[in-house]
Design a protein around this ligand. Structure first.
Ligand SMILES: [Zn+2]
Length: 84
């Protein structure tokens, strides 16, 4: 019986969806081993899954750094200094 994993694809980017960063990184490592092409992993802002990209995230506009997702703002939004 042939049973293999059929990856889901993102409706927005049409990229393969990975459940977590480890899976995405593993796929990126495989791609580098098989094809010699380096891939970056990033978390999709639309579907919340992880995707691979051949573009350096440092140059991509859509890339959201990890530390921004965990801590979006260091300062509170809408903070107003109290008047006396
Ligand atoms: Zn996505």
């Amino acid at each position: 019986m042939a049973h293999y994993f059929i990856p889901k694809r993102c409706a927005t980017s049409n990229k393969i969806m990975y459940h977590d960063k480890v899976q995405a990184q593993h796929a990126a490592d495989q791609c580098f081993t098989e094809r010699g092409s380096e891939l970056w992993v990033y978390r999709c802002q639309y579907c919340g899954s992880w995707h691979l990209t051949s573009h350096d995230p440092a140059n991509a506009h859509t890339y959201v750094p990890l530390n921004q997702q965990i801590k979006p703002h260091s300062r509170k939004k809408g903070y107003k200094p109290r008047r006396r």
